[in-house]
Design a protein. Structure first.
Length: 142
């Protein structure tokens, strides 16, 4: 949503954003999540996530919301970067719109968390490299 130029919440492709900001937005909101997903899928043991984690993962975004809104309210209107994300911009959406955005994004993130946990419960164990020097049953030293 943040890196898709056709999205109303895009943070790229507008004249006020320079190349460095566009690249950093893509790194933060595209490359990092892909890297985290690959790390989880390829390097961690399955069935480590618990169902209660889905709600716990929402704590940071919901604690960040009042911080971002209070910060924006304290800055003068028209200040660049007053609200860190377009979907939190009270000047554009009003507080009712922000509440709706929060409900929609929170529900989507919660559903995504439940899907990730469900995948974690059924995914296979990553293959470990085999020890070709000696079988694992012969002594503790390798």
């Amino acid at each position: 949503m943040l890196t898709n130029d056709s999205s109303s919440f895009s943070m790229t492709g507008t004249p006020e954003h320079d190349t460095v900001r566009t690249v950093s937005t893509h790194l933060l909101h595209t490359v990092t999540p892909i890297g985290a997903a690959l790390d989880w899928l390829l390097l961690t043991a399955p069935r480590g996530f618990r169902w209660r984690y889905a709600a716990q993962w929402l704590a940071y975004p919901f604690l960040y919301l009042p911080f971002a809104l209070i910060r924006g309210a304290l800055l003068a209107p028209g200040t660049e970067g007053r609200y860190p994300y377009p979907f939190l911009d009270v000047d554009l959406h009003g507080y009712a719109g922000i509440a709706l955005n929060t409900l929609v994004f929170g529900s989507a993130f919660y559903a995504l968390a439940l899907i990730l946990i469900a995948i974690d419960q059924v995914r296979p164990q990553p293959r470990r490299p085999e020890n070709r020097i000696s079988p694992s049953g012969i002594g503790p030293l390798k």
